[in-house]
Design a protein around this ligand. Structure first.
Ligand SMILES: *[C@@H]1O[C@H](CO)[C@@H](O)[C@H](O)[C@H]1NC(C)=O
Ligand SMILES: *[C@@H]1O[C@H](CO)[C@@H](O)[C@H](O)[C@H]1NC(C)=O
Ligand SMILES: *[C@@H]1O[C@H](CO)[C@@H](O)[C@H](O)[C@H]1NC(C)=O
Ligand SMILES: *[C@@H]1O[C@H](CO)[C@@H](O)[C@H](O)[C@H]1NC(C)=O
Ligand SMILES: *[C@@H]1O[C@H](CO)[C@@H](O)[C@H](O)[C@H]1NC(C)=O
Ligand SMILES: *[C@@H]1O[C@H](CO)[C@@H](O)[C@H](O)[C@H]1NC(C)=O
Ligand SMILES: *[C@@H]1O[C@H](CO)[C@@H](O)[C@H](O)[C@H]1NC(C)=O
Ligand SMILES: *[C@@H]1O[C@H](CO)[C@@H](O)[C@H](O)[C@H]1NC(C)=O
Ligand SMILES: *[C@@H]1O[C@H](CO)[C@@H](O)[C@H](O)[C@H]1NC(C)=O
Ligand SMILES: *[C@@H]1O[C@H](CO)[C@@H](O)[C@H](O)[C@H]1NC(C)=O
Ligand SMILES: *[C@@H]1O[C@H](CO)[C@@H](O)[C@H](O)[C@H]1NC(C)=O
Ligand SMILES: *[C@@H]1O[C@H](CO)[C@@H](O)[C@H](O)[C@H]1NC(C)=O
Length: 455
């Protein structure tokens, strides 16, 4: 343990000073430097609370890049928490160091220190997003990543007139770290959020929120690209615009076979680009989002709204609400997800690897383990093949690279330890799981330092 802690500090050689800053320089552009503030009081739903933000904005700034760019982002941590940023969905080919989940690839950035993330955008274009990847800080530390196609390469769909980010989130009136600490200590499910948000704003259906409403102005007859991100922590969301259909053209930075729909379904972490044509009678229309939940689990079922407003229409015109699928509309969910297909053209092929070298079988489970501080003496615990992950004290990739033993075991099973009827009734007896930091080696993609040195 001593050694691990020492090692974690020693690894901070890249970490330099003290606020959150973005320095992004596309290979072919001038160096841009951005400076960020971190803690800021924000008021929503008649409550004010300090939140961690990037650059003082909520959501944080959008990162713009082009396919093929190199991006350097200098993050300086001004917050009271150690933190790391994950570039969600960005493929970090042989570059796991820049991926960002705390203690998986590396230790988080310590309060008062900096770290420069360095990555290339390879073979991806569309919308992704970034967020804090430690504790529940991503509740407020997040923003969009917009990746434009290579210079001179058009979209494989009609060029939109303009584009707008629609970043969906979840808002709690109380401090999110207090909530997650209670969850861990007492073993209770987390309190559901108090609102959903669009670009940080809950919209006029919530108290004290008239001024916290996102509005987008459109010109009649023009087509707009909406870059939709679900940055909520827990909720799968339906999203729709009153009177307007959407054409889905991209999912998670992969071009999709276009299809038209009245509503989309988007899971936490997912991104979806849609085209919307302003072809209805000029007025004001609500965009709205609300969760999909077809299990008897408490969920924040409140509806967030924003406004799509035709130019010249006064703010006094009351907007109409879209019809969202019912919260338990499983059929819509299944039908919608079955339409998500890669564009798969010669220019954008779906390169799925066909030969399979190894077959792995994972059961994702929810078990119950003893917990002395918990209200019932037990707490619910997630597991994979009955193993509940125990967060290490140093990054797993660091432990691998520097060949530090005792951090993880490389014996994660490729099958559940005890076969049972996976499609039958859930198990009810002995719901315990086994705790461990166990990994499965799939191949030597990241050489160890010793090996690297010897070449
Ligand atoms: C990152 O930003 C901090 C704070 O401004 C600065 O001290 C540090 O030199 C920067 N690091 C790099 C690599 O530019
Ligand atoms: C961050 O804020 C600084 C001003 O403090 C500004 O110059 C910069 O453009 C902002 N960065 C982004 C990515 O918006
Ligand atoms: C933020 O709000 C808290 C009370 O919730 C207050 O004590 C603090 O001074 C405020 N900070 C700023 C920077 O306004
Ligand atoms: C932040 O990281 C340092 C170095 O690993 C550690 O000593 C410290 O306890 C951490 N702080 C918190 C609040 O976790
Ligand atoms: C990014 O691409 C350049 C040019 O191919 C390469 O030299 C560099 O090592 C790459 N950087 C990362 C972090 O992969
Ligand atoms: C705790 O036990 C009570 C009474 O058996 C039960 O109603 C409740 O759901 C349990 N809570 C948890 C978190 O297991
Ligand atoms: C939206 O699509 C539905 C069928 O998918 C169609 O019935 C409806 O007329 C379309 N609405 C608009 C405004 O285009
Ligand atoms: C939302 O959830 C609350 C509390 O669980 C419930 O009382 C209410 O009926 C739900 N509303 C809708 C529209 O489902
Ligand atoms: C969905 O919820 C509604 C209202 O709560 C209920 O009447 C209906 O039976 C539910 N549908 C399904 C498929 O569970
Ligand atoms: C890694 O460390 C173990 C001892 O902990 C040693 O046996 C092994 O040779 C080392 N491997 C490499 C590649 O250095
Ligand atoms: C597993 O359970 C399902 C649902 O009860 C049942 O249809 C199926 O026959 C069971 N399979 C086996 C191998 O027992
Ligand atoms: C999971 O592991 C626990 C602890 O080792 C054990 O008691 C339990 O039987 C296992 N359950 C399954 C389904 O493998």
């Amino acid at each position: 343990m001593e050694m691990h802690n020492h090692w974690c500090s020693a690894s901070l050689f890249l970490i330099i000073s003290c606020f959150v800053g973005f320095l992004s320089f596309p290979a072919d552009a001038a160096v841009k430097k951005n400076q960020f503030d971190v803690v800021k009081n924000v008021s929503r739903l008649c409550h004010s609370k300090p939140i961690v933000t990037v650059n003082g904005t909520f959501p944080g700034p959008t990162i713009y890049a082009r396919e093929g760019n190199r991006v350097l982002i200098n993050v300086t941590d001004y917050a009271q928490y150690n933190l790391s940023i994950n570039w969600h969905g960005l493929k970090q080919y042989r570059n796991g160091w820049a991926d960002g989940p705390a203690y998986i690839t590396r230790c988080p950035i310590k309060t008062g220190h900096s770290h420069t993330y360095d990555f290339n955008v390879t073979g991806q274009r569309g919308t992704l997003w970034w967020h804090a990847h430690i504790l529940w800080l991503r509740a407020t530390v997040y923003g969009a990543i917009v990746i434009m196609p290579k210079e001179g390469t058009p979209f494989p769909f009609p060029q939109p007139y303009q584009e707008t980010n629609i970043v969906l989130g979840e808002w709690w009136n109380s401090d999110v770290e207090t909530i997650v600490n209670l969850v861990n200590k007492l073993g209770l499910p987390p309190q559901t959020s108090d609102a959903h948000t669009i670009n940080g704003k809950p919209g006029p259906l919530f108290p004290c929120s008239e001024k916290h409403t996102f509005a987008m102005e459109v010109d009649s007859g023009k087509t707009y690209l909406l870059r939709i991100v679900n940055a909520a922590l827990n909720d799968e969301l339906f999203f729709a615009i009153a009177g307007h259909n959407m054409t889905v053209v991209e999912i998670d930075a992969v071009y999709a076979k276009p299809f038209t729909t009245q509503a989309i379904l988007i899971a936490p972490g997912q991104t979806t680009n849609v085209l919307v044509k302003a072809d209805q009678s000029p007025s004001r229309y609500f965009m709205a989002a609300r969760p999909f939940m077809d299990a008897p689990i408490p969920v924040d079922n409140k509806t967030v709204t924003a406004i799509l407003q035709y130019k010249g229409i006064p703010n006094t015109v009351p907007p109409t609400l879209p019809q969202l699928p019912a919260p338990n509309d499983t059929n819509f969910a299944l039908s919608y997800t079955s339409k998500l297909k890669s564009l798969n053209t010669p220019q954008y092929p779906a390169q799925v690897p066909l030969p399979v070298d190894r077959h792995l079988f994972y059961t994702i489970g929810l078990g119950q383990n003893p917990c002395p501080t918990c209200q019932n003496g037990t707490k619910l615990t997630a597991s994979l093949n009955n193993i509940t992950f125990v967060m290490p004290k140093i990054g797993l990739l660091q432990a691998h690279y520097f060949n530090i033993s005792g951090v993880f075991r490389a014996d994660f099973p490729g099958r559940p330890p005890v076969p049972f009827n996976y499609t039958g009734a859930p198990l009810t007896a002995n719901l315990g799981t086994s705790l461990g930091t166990r990994l499965m080696e799939l191949g030597n993609l990241i050489p160890r330092k010793t090996r690297l040195n010897s070449t």
